[in-house]
Design a protein around this ligand. Structure first.
Ligand SMILES: [Mg+2]
Length: 231
């Protein structure tokens, strides 16, 4: 096997972001009595938030929005969608979300077992566009921290995936060479085409079998397939 360094994405690759978010939103919905304030149910609340968050995250990724603004604005817009003009509540929800979400652990099936097995044979690192402090809490609470040698965040790199410069930064930080490195992630554009444009091999984790016309180095539906492919 030619690889020595495996670079993992975190959200929706190891960390089941959607499960974790759903549980966190259930907590916020109860804690802040949002039904009584005019949000009819949890599904509508989460769906509305996701719509606003996706739009704003796109601007954040393009460098048009600072993270401090993004964090509150997505809740301000969500509340406004329900006719709730309450900036203070939005800021409280934002703070609560940032506290509880990374502490609400949901991993994809076999994530810990796969990471443990790979750890015996490779140097493992993360490359994530998530916020620095939040991503560190996630891997701590998930019990994954000791397996990853370097956590490369876009904040530290100064650029976000799919910018090829983040992969250059990752190699420099880890001392890895390009031809012994593999990027593993769930986002075709951000992780896979990003790594590919830098010339790094890629493993596409595509659990929902989303159709596409790209040609990644490897593609899997379940994390445990990484072990059979690489070991
Ligand atoms: Mg991801």
């Amino acid at each position: 096997m030619k690889y020595k360094h495996l670079f993992f994405d975190l959200d929706r690759t190891l960390w089941d972001f959607d499960q974790s978010a759903q549980q966190t939103f259930a907590l916020l919905y109860e804690k802040h009595a949002l039904k009584q304030k005019g949000i009819p149910d949890l599904v509508t609340f989460l769906g509305t938030y996701n719509k606003h968050n996706d739009l704003l995250w796109e601007s954040y990724r393009n460098g048009e929005l600072k993270k401090e603004i993004l964090r509150d604005l997505r809740f301000i817009h969500t509340l406004e969608s329900f006719g709730i003009m309450d900036q203070e509540l939005a800021v409280t929800l934002s703070e609560d979300y940032l506290y509880y979400a990374p502490r609400t652990v949901h991993l994809f099936p076999d994530a810990v077992e796969v990471v443990k097995q790979l750890y015996a044979h490779f140097e493992l690192h993360l490359i994530t566009n998530g916020f620095e402090e939040v991503q560190h809490i996630k891997i701590q609470t998930a019990g994954l921290e000791s397996y990853f040698k370097k956590v490369i965040t876009s904040e530290a790199a100064g650029v976000k995936k799919p910018d090829p410069m983040i992969f250059a930064y990752a190699l420099q930080q880890t001392g890895a060479s390009l031809n012994e490195s593999l990027m593993i992630g769930d986002d075709l554009e951000v992780d896979i085409l990003g790594a590919k444009s830098f010339g790094m091999d890629q493993l596409y984790f595509n659990p929902e079998a989303l159709p596409h016309t790209e040609n990644p180095s490897y593609e899997i539906r379940q994390l445990k397939e990484i072990v059979s492919l690489l070991l």
